[in-house]
Design a protein around this ligand. Structure first.
Ligand code: SF4
Length: 528
């Protein structure tokens, strides 16, 4: 059986250059977009979706040789914006359906493979626009795809096949413009499906056109200002290593109460290795190994684990344990402890649990106003380790004004990693147009980095990874500040830089405000 790439055919490329109908796009929409569409029907579908005057469509003609010749003639010689190859393709994967979009992570003609950085970022933007899009490998073939060949290409890891992309990319890459390839799956099988599949593909190409424009508007050479220090702190590294070693030494599954650190990437990596994350101990089978997260637990949880006969490994950060010890000491000496922190955060719940009858949570200066303690001369304060330094200082100041005899912790509770990352992000925010903070939404210290940048007057966005970047954030942005919360892996920072490189040349400059050398020992249960 022979299957074809069901593309409507045209006789020849006509080199028609078309300006989209709406003119007067704002300056921020520049630089422009050049779309290379092999078939006239594909060019027309894309053209119908365009919205900006800076967008052009070049109908290149079908097949590698003709398309390449057209592209070479029609592409501006130097950087002007983004070039997107857009057309239909044959699916090589059973889970792709007519109308689904494939954004190429690389294109290959079987001999030469060209990587296309930032494909995940564009695929995510297409998904946010309501389209079904995947990033993956694309192969350009010379002839229609037969079923036997389809199986072979699929086995090689290709998602889709077309007849022009590799040649088109080769033709335009040399000019230095960022290049993307968006192909819509058109094959719907024989019979009526071949028509409806083609129509679905053309519809998707039309809908993808404004997203390609958004992508092109984000394309430009830019600088990435890296904050240093950033990413993992000593407490997070220790906690992850504890779970790693527990898995290695005791075998899967190893249960972890709460997220070991507040990062979705870290949690999912450990899950794949056999860690099971639970909210409460009643989800842990009797006798199993359970790891307490870096944020700490209350004595009630420890005692519950002991009653249940669970084998506990404690990954509480030593700097959190220090705050717990201070809470116990102050309470024992008869002090009321004002804990400055955020309600509901696991660290705060654990610290409150150390002396629940003697501790009150204060989140704001208004909470301090309303605070009424039995003995105002015996009050002490403590802090959550991951607070914004200036906000926490404001609350501590309000407490001191109201209770002049208030005792302070022996040393700062806001930890070195939080302090250093906040100073570092402030340094890059001063010279950046926009700041990206790698970290999860439930990561307190990562959220504080966003706030720190915004307070410095620079817009900032919290992202778990590159695919969370909304391309509109990058329009008009020459300098991106980049940092990562203490629970975000360094690899995410590299992934973000790589994705930005797909939008134009990137110069990376690191601005180091301090260096860190803190290390914590491991608990005896996982020492070798
Ligand atoms: S942020 Fe600070 S307190 Fe939290 S785990 Fe890292 S070093 Fe410990």
């Amino acid at each position: 059986m022979t299957e074809t790439i069901p593309q409507p055919r045209t006789a020849a490329a006509d080199q028609t250059e078309t300006v989209s109908p709406e003119d007067g796009a704002p300056e921020s929409a520049k630089p422009g977009l050049l779309i290379l569409a092999p078939l006239r029907i594909e060019a027309n579908a894309v053209r119908r979706g365009l919205t900006r005057s800076t967008s052009r469509v070049l109908h290149t003609g079908m097949g590698a040789t003709r398309a390449k010749r057209s592209a070479e003639k029609g592409t501006p010689p130097s950087f002007f914006g983004g070039v997107a190859v857009m057309g239909t393709a044959a699916s090589l994967s059973d889970d792709l359906h007519p109308g689904d979009l494939v954004v190429a992570t690389e294109v290959s003609d079987g001999e030469t493979t060209v990587p296309l950085l930032g494909a995940d970022l564009l695929a995510a933007e297409l998904r946010r626009a309501g389209l079904t899009a995947r990033a993956g490998r694309l192969v350009t073939v010379q002839k229609l795809v037969k079923s036997a060949e389809r199986g072979r290409l699929a086995a090689d890891g290709y998602l889709a096949a077309d007849m022009e992309s590799a040649a088109l990319v080769a033709a335009v890459k040399a000019a230095g413009n960022p290049v993307a390839v968006i192909r819509a799956v058109s094959d719907g099988g024989f019979g009526p499906g071949i028509v409806t599949g083609g129509l679905a593909a053309l519809r998707s190409l039309r809908k993808a056109a404004p997203v390609a424009e958004k992508w092109a508007a984000a394309c430009r050479p830019r600088t990435v200002l890296l904050a240093g220090p950033r990413s993992f702190c000593a407490g997070v590294e220790r906690a992850i290593e504890i779970v790693d070693r527990a898995l290695e030494m005791r075998g899967a599954p190893v249960y972890v109460r709460k997220q070991i650190v507040h990062n979705t990437r870290v949690v999912s990596d450990l899950e794949q290795r056999g860690a099971i994350f639970v909210d409460e101990l009643n989800e842990v089978p009797d006798g199993a190994t359970v790891v307490f997260s870096a944020h700490g637990v209350s004595p009630a949880v420890r005692s519950d684990a002991s009653d249940r006969g669970l084998s506990v490994i404690d990954a509480t950060c030593p700097l959190v344990s220090k705050v717990h010890a201070e809470a116990r000491r102050f309470a024992k000496e008869g002090y009321t402890v004002a804990l400055i922190g955020h309600a509901g955060h696991e660290e705060v719940e654990g610290t409150l649990g150390e002396a629940p009858d003697s501790t009150v949570l204060v989140q704001t200066a208004e909470d301090v106003d309303a605070l009424d303690v039995a003995n105002p001369s015996k009050i002490a304060y403590l802090m959550q380790t991951t607070l914004a330094i200036d906000e926490a200082a404001d609350v501590a100041g309000a407490l001191r004004d109201k209770f002049p005899q208030m005792r302070a912790p022996g040393s700062d509770d806001i930890c070195y990693a939080t302090t250093n990352r906040q100073a570092a992000v402030r340094a890059v925010a001063a010279d950046a147009d926009m700041v990206l903070v790698a970290g999860s939404k439930n990561s307190s210290n990562s959220v504080r980095l966003v706030e720190r940048s915004v307070r410095a007057g620079t817009p900032a966005h919290l992202i778990d990874g590159a695919t969370d970047i909304d391309l509109s954030w990058l329009t008009g942005v020459d300098v991106v500040g980049l940092t990562a919360g203490a629970s975000a892996p360094p690899a995410v920072v590299s992934e973000i830089i790589e994705a930005l490189t797909g939008l134009g040349p990137v110069t990376v400059t690191e601005r180091v405000t301090t260096t860190e050398s803190v290390q914590f020992g491991l608990p005896r249960e996982v020492r070798r």
